[in-house]
Ligand binder design. Structure first.
Ligand code: NAI
Length: 719
């Protein structure tokens, strides 16, 4: 809806009303059309101001209307009518002007913004483009390079940047509506011809072709297969090369292609999935809206290695006091320097003072006595972690929440070492912890709703996307990674190269293929875990065949590389070679190729031709199959949890929604059929055996992913 009133005698004030962000629903659009008409028809009114209620101008289109039959007036003619008005229309921008909200403001003749307002055209992040003239008006207003930057990245800008770019005409630190009304009175009666952006020629840019070619190349590289950023460039190119009306036609055509693409659906799904994971629940009945978190002012970190340092930085940046404990003197000294450096660099980037005094250091675990919450990040060694938890239980004040950053060890077992197992949860960060957005909050059967809520809220405060997951080996992300890695190894045995496997995964949209990724994180990490699990024994040590362990097919390839000291980037050699230890540019390694040939010959394996499709099916369907098992085991509440974990923590391309969404787009029948096919070819690989939930979903008609929670509930109640 939009409300109309008259202020200061001759200004028509239109207020958009659709909480929380005054999205442009059909009712709001109708309200705007009606009130603008009224203001323009009222001879007493000399100028018009448009604002949003509750200090928010407009958050853009109403995403809930996407995919439905749109009713009510369309945005394009509505904005055009505002621009064509014969009385000045001023947008009073408070809070946000995003997407359609900014496009509406660009149709106004003037824009006055509050200094704290944020503006942007984020449509590209939903797989779309600003299709209410945004791609045609913005370049005409601020030039092609600046418009391309905003539209292809979907970046939000501050009011100060908007003023500098020329997006707004005035910024005020006080009452925006008062300033806009004053502004409107000052321009009333002045000619408007020079204020209609659609009539502007696009500012001339030298060598337009070279500019677009360069931008297109960069966009293609960073888009990793996403089509919306490319369509954005094409639309801006139309603004730069065609008359306005033809440009609008092009914008419409490009939007139509995007709108019906699977990518837009995936990105919109991801948008809602991110909200869904915030409304977490656990099988024991703990819920986001009923479980009250404990206040956390002082947090402690135990172990200042790779992870502990990043966690300490993220905590300090979130405004908490941090007690950082490290037993090794040398590590402590290095950690102090590293943490301070990270805080300083982060503060410089954000234009704030570094929170150096927020972190205190100690080599004594007793220093954490006053902490409200402790995060343990010592070596991945159960015996060591057990000792640390016993110590923490003895030194911490009653009520302290104890968390572990383990990558996959049993949280429940650690809880059992303490006096208050209900206060123990996992907080599984990802490296580097002050950068990566994902946090898995792991609850055990004894974890109290309050402990889960405390960790979830702390994650939110740290700017993380937090997902509540149940306790199992590897939790969600790493558990699903295991069969994915395993398939990659098997493919090498059967004839593939690391280059081929990585190419398939990178073309799919991962920033890095599995072998480059494993070189980056260090091959020794997995080796240590496999050794602890009794898998990575030297060939023949237990008298079993080299490629079978614990009764299943096993590839010792990773172990063999580690035995040669090839740990990846850190040693300059892994699945690829690097120019030096710590080097980051991977190049093909002839040694590795002859090593693979020798390995195959030794084990009587005949290399066969493997294509990119087989790589994708084997790696991704095995991972997805494990996702179904996770759902079946009740480790997460729904497929959205898994998808968000993979998008935010494992580089799954966002425009493909996440593994479970992807499976539903491919078609569950097809995923099932291909898994059956590959399992038949490799009956000794249990991870390729389709899980029963997948079969049951297929036999209940392959419902779309948003209905799986319902189906899961029904299926579980039938058990
Ligand atoms: P790291 O080896 O870099 O650091 C561990 C640190 O703990 C060392 O500085 C060590 O001196 C210290 N330490 C050992 N015993 C201690 C004690 N009793 N008190 C205080 N400090 C002690 O290990 P990293 O990579 O930081 O891993 C830590 C934990 O985080 C592990 O459980 C790991 O599985 C998990 N993790 C690691 C990720 C990674 O990418 N590195 C990602 C997510 C979780």
């Amino acid at each position: 809806m939009a409300q109309y009133s008259r202020v200061s005698g001759s200004v028509g004030l239109i207020t958009l009303q659709n909480p929380p962000v005054n999205a442009l629903s059909a009712a709001v659009r109708q309200g705007i059309v009606d009130t603008v008409k009224r203001a323009l028809g009222d001879p007493e009114v000399k100028a018009v101001v448009i604002r949003g209620q509750n200090g928010v101008f407009c958050g853009g289109a109403d995403i809930k209307e996407f995919g439905t039959n749109m009713s009510g007036p369309h945005l394009v003619p509505m904005i055009h009518a505002i621009e064509a008005a014969n009385k000045p229309v001023v947008a009073a921008i408070e809070g946000i002007a995003l997407g359609g909200g900014l496009e509406l403001a660009l149709g106004c003749h003037y824009r006055v913004a509050h200094s704290k307002a944020r503006l942007g055209l984020p449509e590209v992040t939903l797989g779309l483009l600003p299709a209410a003239g945004g791609t045609q008006r913005l370049p005409r207003l601020i030039g092609v390079p600046a418009a391309l930057d905003l539209i292809t990245k979907g970046r939000h800008i501050t009011a100060a940047e908007a003023l500098q770019l020329g997006v707004v005409d005035q910024v005020t630190g006080h009452g925006t509506v008062d300033a806009a009304v004053k502004f409107a009175l000052s321009v009333a009666g002045k000619p408007l011809d020079a204020r209609r952006i659609s009539t502007y020629p696009c500012p001339r840019t030298s060598d337009l072709d070279a500019l677009f070619e360069g931008v297109m190349q960069k966009v293609r590289q960073s888009a990793r297969g996403a089509i919306a950023p490319i369509a954005c460039v094409q639309a801006v190119r139309a603004a730069a090369t065609l008359p306005y009306l033809q440009g609008m036609e092009r914008e419409k055509e490009l939007m139509a292609t995007l709108f019906t693409s699977g990518q837009a659906r995936a990105l919109q799904y991801s948008f809602f999935a991110q909200r869904a994971v915030g409304r977490w629940s656990t099988p024991s009945g703990a819920r986001w809206d009923t479980s009250k978190p404990r206040p956390v002012h002082i947090a402690a970190v135990i172990g200042l290695g790779t992870m502990g340092r990043g966690i300490a930085v993220a905590l300090a940046q979130a405004g908490l006091s941090v007690i950082a404990v490290e037993t090794q003197e040398k590590q402590l000294m290095e950690a102090k320097q590293a943490v301070s450096g990270m805080l300083e660099r982060g503060a410089k980037r954000r234009g704030v003072a570094p929170a150096l005094d927020k972190v205190s250091y100690s080599h004594d675990i007793k220093a954490v006595a006053d902490a409200d919450l402790v995060i343990e990040a010592v070596f991945e060694d159960m015996a060591l972690k057990r000792t640390v938890f016993r110590q923490l239980s003895a030194v911490c004040k009653p009520g302290t929440v104890l968390c572990t950053n383990t990558s996959g060890l049993d949280v429940e077992h650690l809880a059992s070492q303490t006096r208050n197992p209900q206060l123990v949860v996992g907080m599984h960060f990802f490296a580097p912890a002050h950068v990566m957005k994902l946090l898995e909050v792991v609850y055990g059967p004894q974890s109290s709703p309050q402990a889960v809520a405390t960790a979830m809220q702390l994650g939110k405060k740290m700017g993380k996307v937090s997902v509540a997951v149940g306790n199992c080996r590897g939790f969600v992300g790493n558990r699903m990674l295991k069969p994915y890695l395993e398939q990659a190894f098997f493919l090498l045995e059967e004839g593939a190269t690391p280059e081929l496997v990585d190419r398939a995964l990178e073309e799919f949209g991962f920033p890095m293929g599995v072998f480059k990724m494993s070189d980056l994180s260090g091959l020794d990490v997995g080796w240590r875990v496999r050794k602890a699990d009794g898998l990575a024994e030297p060939v023949g040590a237990s008298g079993q065949p080299a490629r079978i362990r614990q009764g299943q097919r096993y590839s010792p390839l990773g172990d063999l590389l580690c035995e040669q000291g090839r740990f990846g980037q850190k040693t300059g050699r892994g699945w690829y070679q690097y120019d030096k230890s710590g080097g980051q540019v991977a190049s093909s390694d002839p040694w590795l190729h002859s090593f693979l040939e020798g390995y195959r010959a030794m084990h009587g394996l005949v290399a066969r031709r493997i294509d990119l499709q087989e790589v994708l099916e084997r790696c991704l369907y095995a991972l997805i199959n494990e996702g179904f098992r996770i759902l079946e085991d009740g480790i997460v509440a729904g497929p959205e949890d898994i998808d968000i974990i993979y998008v935010f923590g494992y580089g799954w391309p966002r425009h493909r929604g996440g593994p479970m969404f992807y499976a539903s787009m491919v078609g569950l029948e097809r995923v099932l059929e291909r898994l059956e096919h590959h399992h038949k070819a490799h009956p000794d690989v249990p991870h390729l055996q389709p899980c029963s939930l997948l079969r049951r979903l297929v036999s209940s008609g392959s419902p779309p992913v948003h209905r799986w929670r319902e189906v899961l509930k029904k299926l579980n109640s039938q058990l």
